[in-house]
Structure formats: structure tokens, C-alpha cells
Write a protein that binds this ligand. Structure first.
Ligand SMILES: [Zn+2]
Length: 644
């Protein structure tokens, strides 16, 4: 602190003194950097040595500072001195000559051997400094040490250094330099980031592999797909084909074709295979989206989602399906016949497609041309095997005329036509017949015999007629014998409820036998075929129809499994197993039972008064008995005509 103050005081004193003296001469001492001309001027000035030395000592630092810090002063000074010197130089030939001479002298004096040597040495060191790393580091460390030592020991130097640094900073800290520095830093940061990114991206090996493969690929595609396969006619690249030797001319064959031919097989895509996609007929081409929907045999339903999210708009992004895909068969016949018949060929119909009929939202709405749709469907029936069945309705000329035939009437029964039947609630009354309907194998006969066993006075059954000669007297209890011709006549006359041929013999149930049972005051239990239902469901017989439904597949399998187990255990004990014999069936039979039962239910469900599931024979029997007893206790819904 003290030394500082002393220094400043000294500087102030020197400044006062200098302003008093001629500025010109004083300034000469300021810098050592001025050339020879300036030093000449110093020599030429008339200042005495004492004054000069004093000035040198006292004001050196101040002037230096002023010269360095005050740019105005510096510029003024420079311009002034330059002007003076040049004026002198030009006006006075003596001075000119002297100056030249001195410069010459200076050159000769300075260009001594020692100088030359020192310069050479300097050059050598410079060279070494630039090329030798060790030397450079050593030199740097040395100079650093020297400078720091100087800096620490000498306060003057320290001050000078600080000031120079400050000056440099102020000079360089302009807006432009700041900006450029910022830009430079930014650039460096980006470069660094990119470099690390690159190094992470792929290791050198993979990078090489990538470039190599790319090079190879480019080599392959350089020529273009100019090679035509002899067999399939595809235009391919050179690496996909191999030369095919034929007389003189160079031909090519693709690898897959060649492999197949070598195995003596027809290449699947060969031209001779005629698997070329034919052109779409114009009738189909002109259909719009909704028209295509109308005549499609299967309508697919799926959930479509965008695979990419965000940036891209949903229309452009890649799509994928999610979850199950349902293909719903559509009845093309119905759709097309439901379309209004156009008056004119160009008539259009507005059509809406909904996901469900009850929904309000419309999935698609377009104008369609029914004529076009019919034309397209007609073309399809001719060329597409899936549309063969639609043919009849489209081409009216081909429609078959079916005449009603009594014999085939069961065909019509099976049609899913639900006719209206007027019913009325009636007070309890006993029915005259009990009909057990069901598929073969649901043990209707067992139920029937158990019912009769339960109450022989109340339940009875008939003896069927047969044209087969009876074998022994035992059969008199089970069958009536009837002459075949007589039987055929009576069947023709409609005297039989049902009939069939088994083993070339006729079997049948006569209405009269049923009547006889009813007249005896019993309820006639019958296990007839469902086809006979429409003959017996009338006022005369008043049947109670029970449908014995087959259990579902799993339960049947379970029964089967149990039977097998029982069978196995009974084989060991060697006892008979008649108990469950009627359900001892193979899996295929089980399936048959279920299918048949379903078909019966579908076709005849309108006749059924009661449906029982034949899971357990005892349980079913119990339910049956309870239902029959309920008939004479509870009111019933029956056909109105039975009591009219
Ligand atoms: Zn080929």
C-alpha cells in the first residue's frame, strides 16, 4: 500500500515537471521500440545528459503508462513525431544523408558474426521448439518458472503485467469479440457432442461392415434389373440369375426356377404354369367401396390402430391390427334381393352401412347403383366358386320350380318358419298322449318303460305292426304281424302314424292302436320320430310333447369316461353291466347325438311343451313324472282349436 502511494506521488511529480518541459523531447524516452530514426532524434536534441538520465529514471514508467493507456495521446504523439521526422528528412539533405549513413552503420554494426550466430542459434532453438515435444515442455516450464519468479520478486513487472492484461481484456472485450467467442464455444460444444455420439453409435468394426455391405450392394445394383429369367420371365439383377447355356445366345435363368427344374419339378412361377393374375373385369372394377361391401361373402371386422404415435397425422401413419379379427359371413343373396329394382340403369340408391342396425352412427354412406351390383354379382357367379350358390336368384331364368309334395313335406317342416298358433289358457285336464321326442341314444325307451312300470293302470303303450313274420310266441307281446301288401295299402290310406323299413321289413304304428290305448283310459306313451308330430298334434290325441335334449359334449364325455372306468372294474369282477349300456358310445357317436339333438330342437321346437336334459336318467325320469302329474293340477296353455 505504501509503495503504491509513493509510486503515484512520483508519477504525479514527474508529470508536472514534464508538462513544464518541451513535450517533444521528453516523449522520446518513452519507448524503446521506436526505430533508429527516433533514436536519432533523441541524439539530435539538445538535452543534456544529466537531465536525460534523471528523466529516464523518474518518468519512464509514467510515460510508458500514458503512452500505453491513453490511445489519444499515443496516436497524437505518433502522428506528430512522424510528421516532424518526415519533414526534417525531406527538407534537410544533411539529415537525410546522416540518417541513411546511420542506418547503414546500424546494419553493419548489428550484422556481426556474433549476431549471425545468435540468430542461427535462435532459429535452431525455434525449430527444436516446434518439433521436439520434450524440449518444448521443458522450455515452457522453464520460462513459466522464470516469468513467475520475476513476477513475484519485482513489483514493477507485476504491475506492468496486470496492466497489460487489463488493457488486453478491455481492448478485446467488445461486443463483436464476445459474439464470436460465444459462437466458437458453441461450435466446439456441438463438435464434441457429435464426436461422442459417433463413438457411441457404432464401433469401428460394425461401421466397417456397414460400409462394406453398402459398397457390395451398390456394386450389385449398378447394372439394373436387365436379366430376364427364361422360365418365369421376371426382370432380375445379375446376382439373382445364373447363365443358361443355349446355342450361341446367352440366356439367363433365376435361381429358384433353376433349383426346381433340377429337382424335376415345375417352377411354381413359371410362365407355363399359367398362374398369371388375370385382369379384373370391368363390372367389378367400377364398383365403389360400399358396393364391394354388399357383394362380399365375408365381412372382416378388426380393430385398427396407429403404430406410430404423435408427430405424423393419423392418416399418414402406419396402421396395424389389434386383438382378434372376425370374419362374418354375409348373405349376399339376401342383400342383393333386398335392393330396390331400379327403373333406370343409372338409378342410384343412397345406402348407409352401420355396425349394427340399432346404432345411430353411420360407418359409411354412399350412393350405389343396384344395377352395377347385380351385374358384378352375375360376373362373380360365373367365375368364382364361392358364388356358385347365389346363381339361382340372380339369373331368374334358371330358377327351379318346386311343387309341393306331401312325401317331401318334412323338408318344409325343417325350414325355420315359425307359424302363428293361437293358444289359450285352459283349466287342468289330462292329456291323452305323452310323446317323448329326442335324438337316438338319449334313452327314450327306458323312460317309457319306467313310466309304465311306475303306474301300469295310468300309462300304456302300443304294440307296433310289422310285416316281418314273427319268430316265436314271445314276440306276440311286442309286435302285431300284418301282411306286407295290406300294410302298404293302409300306409297309403294314411292309417299309420309313422312307418319305416328295417332289414327289408316294414314296421309302423297304427292310429287305431293309439286310439285303443286312449279308450282304455290310459295315457298313451310314445317315443315316435319327430316327423310324425304334425299328424298327432291335434284335437283328437291332445299330446303332451316332451323333448329329451342331449346333454352338452363335455357331459357326454364325462359319462363315457365313467362308463369306461366301470367297465374296467366290472371286467375284473366278471359281472354284467347292462345298467348304462345305451350310453356306451364312441366319441363320434356322442358328437352325432349332440348334432342330431340340436337339429331336432331347431326344427321342431314349436311343438314342445317341455324340454328335459338327459344328463342323469333318474333325475330326468323324476322331472318327467312331476311334469305329467302337474298336467292334471295346473292350468295349461294349449292350442285354441283343440277346444273349438
Ligand atoms: Zn425364374
Amino acid at each position: 500500500m505504501r509503495s503504491w502511494r509513493i509510486l503515484i506521488l512520483t508519477i504525479k511529480a514527474a508529470k508536472k515537471f514534464l508538462s513544464f518541459k518541451h513535450s517533444n523531447g521528453v516523449a522520446m524516452y518513452t519507448s524503446r521500440r521506436f526505430g533508429t530514426l527516433e533514436s536519432d532524434l533523441i541524439h539530435s536534441s539538445h538535452l543534456n545528459f544529466y537531465f536525460r538520465s534523471q528523466l529516464k529514471r523518474k518518468s519512464k514508467i509514467h510515460i510508458l503508462n500514458k503512452y500505453h493507456n491513453n490511445s489519444n495521446f499515443r496516436n497524437q504523439y505518433k502522428a506528430r513525431s512522424k510528421k516532424q521526422v518526415s519533414k526534417k528528412y525531406k527538407s534537410d539533405p544533411m539529415i537525410r544523408m546522416k540518417t541513411i549513413e546511420r542506418a547503414m552503420n546500424w546494419y553493419h554494426k548489428n550484422n556481426t558474426l556474433m549476431r549471425q550466430n545468435s540468430r542461427r542459434l535462435y532459429n535452431q532453438r525455434r525449430h527444436k521448439y516446434h518439433n521436439n515435444l520434450d524440449f518444448r515442455n521443458q522450455y515452457k516450464a522453464r520460462s513459466k518458472k522464470r516469468v513467475s519468479k520475476k513476477y513475484k520478486s519485482d513489483p514493477m513487472i507485476r504491475l506492468k503485467t496486470i496492466e497489460r492484461a487489463m488493457n488486453w481484456y478491455h481492448k478485446n472485450n467488445t461486443l463483436m469479440t464476445r459474439n464470436s467467442r460465444q459462437l466458437y464455444n458453441q461450435r466446439r460444444r456441438i463438435l464434441k457432442k457429435y464426436a461422442t455420439f459417433q463413438s457411441h453409435k457404432c464401433t469401428l468394426k460394425q461401421n466397417n461392415l456397414y460400409t462394406q455391405n453398402l459398397k457390395e450392394f451398390r456394386k450389385i445394383i449398378r447394372e439394373g434389373p436387365d436379366y430376364v429369367c427364361l422360365s418365369c420371365g421376371l426382370a432380375l439383377f445379375r446376382n439373382q440369375v445364373i447363365p443358361f447355356v443355349e446355342e450361341k445366345e446367352q440366356k439367363w435363368i433365376c435361381k429358384s426356377c433353376s433349383d426346381k427344374i433340377k429337382k424335376r419339378q415345375m417352377p411354381s412361377r413359371a410362365v407355363v404354369n399359367k398362374l398369371k393374375v388375370c385382369e379384373i373385369p370391368s363390372e367389378l372394377k367400377r364398383l365403389n367401396n360400399l358396393e364391394k361391401h354388399l357383394i362380399a361373402l365375408r365381412l372382416p371386422f378388426m380393430k385398427i390402430v396407429n403404430l406410430t404415435s404423435g408427430k405424423l397425422s393419423s392418416r399418414l401413419s402406419q396402421k396395424g391390427t389389434k386383438g382378434p379379427l372376425h370374419c362374418v359371413p354375409s348373405d349376399v343373396e339376401d342383400t342383393v334381393t333386398a335392393l330396390p329394382r331400379p327403373v333406370d340403369k343409372s338409378m342410384m340408391v343412397r345406402l348407409q352401412l352401420k355396425r349394427r342396425l340399432k346404432y345411430k352412427a353411420v360407418w359409411e354412406e354412399q350412393l350405389i347403383n343396384p344395377n352395377d351390383v347385380r351385374d358384378a354379382l352375375f360376373v362373380l357367379t360365373k367365375m368364382h366358386p364361392g358364388y356358385k350358390i347365389v346363381c339361382g336368384l340372380i339369373d331368374r331364368r334358371k330358377k327351379k320350380r318346386l311343387l309341393f309334395n306331401v312325401k317331401d313335406s318334412s323338408l318344409f317342416d325343417k325350414g325355420d318358419i315359425c307359424l302363428y298358433e293361437e293358444v289359450a289358457r285352459m283349466p287342468p285336464f289330462a292329456r291323452k298322449c305323452l310323446l317323448l321326442i329326442g335324438a337316438h341314444g338319449v334313452r327314450r325307451r327306458t323312460l317309457k318303460s319306467r313310466l309304465i312300470e311306475l303306474d301300469p293302470d295310468r300309462f300304456g303303450t302300443i304294440k307296433p305292426h310289422t310285416s316281418r313274420p314273427l319268430r316265436d310266441s314271445d314276440e306276440l307281446n311286442t309286435y302285431y304281424y300284418m301282411n306286407r301288401n295290406e300294410m302298404e295299402d293302409e300306409i297309403e290310406a294314411g292309417g299309420f302314424l309313422e312307418h319305416g323299413i328295417y332289414d327289408e321289413h316294414l314296421y309302423g304304428i297304427k292310429f287305431d292302436s293309439v286310439r285303443r290305448v286312449i279308450q282304455s283310459g290310459k295315457m298313451c306313451v310314445l317315443d315316435i320320430e319327430p316327423m310324425a308330430l304334425k299328424l298327432i298334434c291335434n284335437k283328437e290325441f291332445m299330446p303332451y310333447v316332451v323333448f329329451i335334449k342331449a346333454p352338452n359334449m363335455d357331459h357326454l364325455r364325462y359319462i363315457q369316461y365313467n362308463n369306461d372306468k366301470q367297465k374296467a372294474s366290472k371286467m375284473k369282477t366278471k359281472s354284467n353291466m347292462s345298467n348304462n349300456s345305451s350310453l356306451n358310445l364312441s366319441t363320434k357317436d356322442l358328437e352325432q347325438i349332440v348334432l342330431e339333438s340340436d337339429a331336432l330342437e331347431r326344427d321342431y321346437h314349436t311343438y314342445f311343451d317341455l324340454t328335459l336334459v338327459a344328463e342323469d336318467i333318474d333325475k330326468t325320469f323324476e322331472q318327467l313324472v312331476r311334469a305329467v302329474e302337474a298336467l292334471s293340477a295346473e292350468p295349461q296353455w294349449v292350442n285354441v282349436q283343440w277346444f273349438s
